[in-house]
Structure formats: structure tokens, C-alpha cells
Design a binder for this molecule. Sequence first.
Ligand SMILES: Cc1cc2nc3c(=O)[nH]c(=O)nc-3n(C[C@H](O)[C@H](O)[C@H](O)COP(=O)(O)OP(=O)(O)OC[C@H]3O[C@@H](n4cnc5c(N)ncnc54)[C@H](O)[C@@H]3O)c2cc1C
Length: 409
Amino acid sequence: MLRPVAVIGAGPFGLSSAAHLRARGIPVRVFGEPMVSWRAHMPAGMLLKSTPAATSIDAPQPGHTLADYCDAAGTPRLVEDDDIIPIETFIAYGQWFQQQLVPDLERVRVVSVDRRGGAGSASGSASGGFELKLSSGELFTARAVVVATGLSGLAHLPPELAGAARDGPSPAGPVSHTSQHSDLGRFSGKDLMVVGAGQSALETAVLAAEAGARVRVITRGHGSVGFGAPPWEQPRFRPGSPFGRAWSLWALSYYPHAYRYLPAQLRHYLVRHVLGPLGAWWLRDRFEGRAEVVEVERIVRAEAPDRRPVLTVRTADGATRRLDADHVIAGTGYRVDVAAMDFLSPELRTELAVSRGTPRLGAGFRSSVPGLYFTGLPAAASYGPVMRFVCGTEFASPRLARHLAASGR
Ligand SMILES: Cc1cc2nc3c(=O)[nH]c(=O)nc-3n(C[C@H](O)[C@H](O)[C@H](O)COP(=O)(O)OP(=O)(O)OC[C@H]3O[C@@H](n4cnc5c(N)ncnc54)[C@H](O)[C@@H]3O)c2cc1C
């Protein structure tokens, strides 16, 4: 019997990849907790920044869009650009998608992935396969592996905050990361500092303030807190894209093919800055007047005497200030780093061709290791910022499945 393809991850990218592989008749085993990044690592009450048109998980057959889910669930259809999607709706949609198209998902963790036969057994062809160990204790062989582990393990804490988080970021310690909070109600009545100016930082600040926290947002540079334009103020004579009307967004959304031929420096720059730190248009009214903004040139250091965080910051006029609070939340995003993907054997991680810690991918989302594929966030440095978002599944999943189908013949 043909050995299966293993898909590691049951978020939007893993589920979509699995659905496409299955539709091509490729045997597949899929591992992970369905939609866990959304259930456990984002705040309850969050609203999605993406519009309904940009928030469907790509499926090989019709009938599985966000609007289809709304119809099936008997809830109002979310289709217009100014329909805002509650996180709870998106989680339910993802779980429905999983039950429909990936019903035999295995809710276990992949503990390790190695070349079949271990280090040094590389045959140089995709047929050598991989040995996977699961948290259930099972060992099995896959002919190929798709890594769709998304945000897991990639939360980024800048070094200047590390001094106040010596044991690592933690909601119970002086400093945590936005990914560690699903209930911001715990900060009611507390003084909170949120570091960052992206949607995640700003929405965390708003939800904590609405729950009764006194919130300051610490951002770098003058005028660094900004919000996008609402749909009715988008420029009319520019092409539309899932992210708004602009030539650049249109090219990045519909032509990710060419992205990997751009110079490495430009690719990494665009991934971090296109659709970068900016609040959603609908967050502005809720933000203003609720959270104080402290603009700094940089955070010099963070300490936690008596477990209470103190940030030393340099301001634009060269002065130094000390800011303290009951807790600091770093809204400082995620950084892809193959070295942090500890389920991949050290040999595989060493062998992978990387660019600034991200796997270098070729056609069909394959890595430099035959049979090993990456999709979602780890693919963004190769296929562009669209891979950071759910709508990236539309480009990624059919191509990845096609490549795997061809390589299995
Ligand atoms: C606060 C916040 C708001 C966001 N808002 C939006 C938005 O509005 N619109 C949008 O398009 N995108 C948004 N994003 C980006 C969004 O998170 C990604 O687009 C999407 O979740 C990526 O899906 P994924 O499948 O790649 O990974 P994830 O959703 O992160 O799923 C990872 C999966 O991998 C599994 N996994 C990890 N390690 C293992 C292992 N060793 N073994 C087995 N399984 C494993 C997990 O169980 C999980 O199932 C937001 C992100 C954040 C942080």
C-alpha cells in the first residue's frame, strides 16, 4: 500500500492542504488540534481584521466557504466588506470545515520527524520517506511531510524585554506575549502596558481596557499607531485585492508565483512591512480615548524588581523615562525560525536550506529536502505576505497538492 503523506497542523493551512490532497486520492494522515491557535492563543471577543472575501479556507470542491458555513449554521451571511467576523464564528467555521473535509483528523502531536532510517540515510529522492513519532507513542513512515504548524512556537519576544522575563514570557509573570492570552478580563483594575502597534497589540489593548484595565500602548516612532481606511474610503480606481485596493496588494495577492525570484532582502522586508503594523478600520473608535499611547524612540531595557515590570525607554528628545505597570504584554508578533521547530530532527533542520531562519521553498512549496513541504507562515518568505493570512490557502493548497501528486507517480 502507498505510504501516506503526513500533514502536521490542523489550522486553516493544514486543513486546506489535507482536503486538496484527499481530493486527489492521495492517502493522508493529518495531525494537530483543530483551530487551536484561534481557540487558545487569541483573545475571546476578538474580531477578525480580514474581510469575509479574504477569510475562506480553500477547498477543492464548492460549498465550503465562510458564507456556506453561515448558511449551514443558519446565521446571517458574512459577505460584505464591512461585515466583521467574530473570532467565535471563524473558529466554528474552521471546525465545520474539518468535520466536512478532514473527518479523520488525529488529535495528537507529532513529536519527531526524521529521515527514514535516521540521519545519513538520505537517498536524495522523495521516495526515501520519513519516520514520524506521535505523542501516542506510535511510529510510522510517511512518503512526504507537509509542515503546517503556523504560529505554534514562533511567538517573538524582543531581546530588550527579555530582562523582565528571565523564565520566559508568562501570564503569571511580569511579561507575557499576546499569544498567551485568551481571556483579557484578568487585567480588570490593573495597570497594563502593551508593546507594539500592530492589530494584535492594539486589539489586545482595547479588549483589556474594555474589561477594566488601565492601558498604555508603548510604540516606536512618531505617529506609529495607525488604522486602515474603511471599505467605502478605499481608492476606487485601483485594483481590488483581499486586503484593499492597491496595485502592490493586487500583485502580491494574485501573483505570488514570482515572489521567490525577488532578492532575499526585499522578500524579507515585504513580509514584515506589507500589511504590517496597522489597526483595522473598525478598531479606531474603540481605541481612541481608551488607551494612552506612549511613543518612544526605543525600549532600552526591561527589569522586574519585586516581579513588577519596569521599562526604561528613550524618547525622541533623547530623554530617558522609566515606566512601570502591573504587567507588560508584548504584542510583538511571530518570527519564523526553523531552529525553533524542534519536532524536526536536528539533521533535517541542519540540512534544510534556509534564508534568515525561514525555509527556502521551490515550486509546489517543496523545501530543499525532498519530500518535505512547508505552507502558511513559514512559506511567506518564499511566496509573500499573503501566506500569513487565511486567503493564502487559495494559492498554496492546490499547488502543494499538485506537486505532491506528481512526485508520487
Ligand atoms: C491575533 C491574530 C489575529 C489574526 N487575524 C487574522 C485575520 O483576521 N485574518 C487572517 O487571514 N489571518 C489572521 N491571522 C493570521 C492567522 O493566524 C493565520 O492566517 C492562520 O492561523 C494560519 O493558519 P495555519 O494553519 O498556518 O496555522 P495555525 O492556525 O497556527 O495552526 C497550527 C496548527 O499546527 C498544529 N501543530 C503545531 N505543532 C504541531 C505538532 N508538533 N504536531 C501536530 N500538530 C501541531 C496545531 O495543533 C494547529 O492545529 C491572525 C493572527 C493573529 C496572531
